[in-house]
Design a protein around this ligand. Structure first.
Ligand code: GLN
Length: 368
């Protein structure tokens, strides 16, 4: 076939320029693949950030608190803990739900002013005081940070794990944390622990003396734990003193709003949103939240993280507080607990709210 006249005559193949062009093409392909990947990553991160912001304006927060309250208010599952005899006498139907934002706004429903004993919800906050005084490495070395997968008062965990105290959110580690506070006397130890919890709450917290008496008189299991720890050189004060102060710590009275503000202080990177006081160095907040994520629910910690995806801490008095880092805290209270000692209604309310707002740490996980 005859070539059209304007077609340039065919050049002999120039391998050098061909090779150059091929390289340029490969480079272009690689670059665009990378750009595409980066774009995908950015889109994913934006989506995640957006999903975390979903529904967190004022109206939605009040609305989701109201819905959670009415959804679970009539639930009767579980029973008051009674191994501390006085806890059995707390009215079982009480139920309060509160969201406290990192700037101190409250969204509330139900029995939010009722004072109940803080119990194990106090544990991460005293661990925070250990970090403040001695740094996170001391917590790791002198107590430990491994979840036990066993009940909160397990003596077996203490025998099984070489660190003995396991982590500061089970009784052994919490009693060890009390013993680690740098104190001159028992009353000084107690004063520092109480003041720290009050700094987190932004208000004074009364000692519920009846709860203290009831628990201390029956504290044979915790006494055994304190003595075993001492035997293994993993308790750092006189065991009976540590037991008494630990029991006082657990007997402090809080209401659901106090718990929410304590959590909001962690959501606000360690500064109390009501008082503006720095309670925990912001550098240590992530470590504390990691502990709550891995061990906050004892032998149910995996199931909790699997469903709600938020660091949280429970107490056998029926309180729970969960933290959405950088945003807000969700607290709930209801005395009926399950086998693990975790409040059933409080757990459901918080899990529901987390799902509705899409604030799980690993992404939105709506309730099925
Ligand atoms: N004071 C309680 C105890 O030591 C705390 C336990 C809890 O709240 N799970 O047994």
């Amino acid at each position: 076939m005859k070539l059209p006249s304007n077609t340039p005559p065919r050049q002999p193949l120039n391998w050098k320029s061909y090779w150059k062009q091929l390289n340029a093409l490969i480079l272009l392909a690689l670059l665009s693949a990378q750009t595409c990947h980066a774009a995908k990553l950015i889109a994913g991160a934006t989506q995640l950030a957006e999903s975390r912001q979903v529904g967190t304006d004022k109206l939605d927060l009040q609305n989701v608190v109201d819905v959670a309250y009415s959804k679970y208010k009539d639930l009767q599952d579980g029973a008051n803990a009674d191994y501390i005899p006085i806890l059995a006498t707390v009215p079982s139907d009480l139920f309060g739900v509160v969201i406290a934002t990192k700037d101190g706004q409250l969204f509330t429903a139900g029995d939010i002013d009722y004072k109940f004993s803080i119990q194990s919800v106090s544990k991460p906050f005293t661990a925070a005081l250990v970090m403040q005084q001695m740094g996170p490495q001391a917590l790791l070395d002198k107590i430990g940070v491994e979840p036990t997968g066993l009940p909160f008062n397990s003596k077996m965990a203490l025998e099984l794990y070489e660190q003995r105290s396991a982590n500061p959110l089970v009784n052994a580690g919490a009693i060890a944390a009390v013993s680690l506070i740098q104190a001159e006397s028992e009353s000084d130890r107690w004063a520092q622990i109480k003041e720290n919890l009050e700094n987190f709450a932004g208000t004074e917290l009364p000692l519920l003396d009846e709860v203290y008496q009831s628990e201390y008189e029956t504290a044979w299991s915790n006494r055994a734990i304190a003595n075993l720890l001492y035997n293994y050189n993993r308790l750092y004060s006189d065991p009976e003193q540590a037991l008494r102060v630990y029991t006082q710590q657990c007997s402090l009275g809080v209401n659901t709003k106090d718990l929410a503000i304590m959590g909001a202080t962690l959501a606000n990177a360690g500064t109390n949103p009501l008082t503006g006081k720095l309670v925990l160095n912001s550098r240590h907040v992530p470590e504390l939240l990691a502990l709550m994520a891995t061990a906050g629910f004892y032998d149910e910690s995996g199931a909790w993280m699997y469903s709600a995806g938020l660091p949280a801490k429970t107490g056998v008095g029926g309180g729970i507080v969960a933290i959405v880092p950088g945003q807000f805290a969700i607290a709930a209270f209801s005395p009926r607990v399950n086998q693990a000692g975790n409040s059933i209604k409080a757990m459901k309310a918080i899990r529901f709210i987390a799902g509705e707002l899409g604030v799980g740490l690993y992404g939105a996980n709506p309730e099925e």
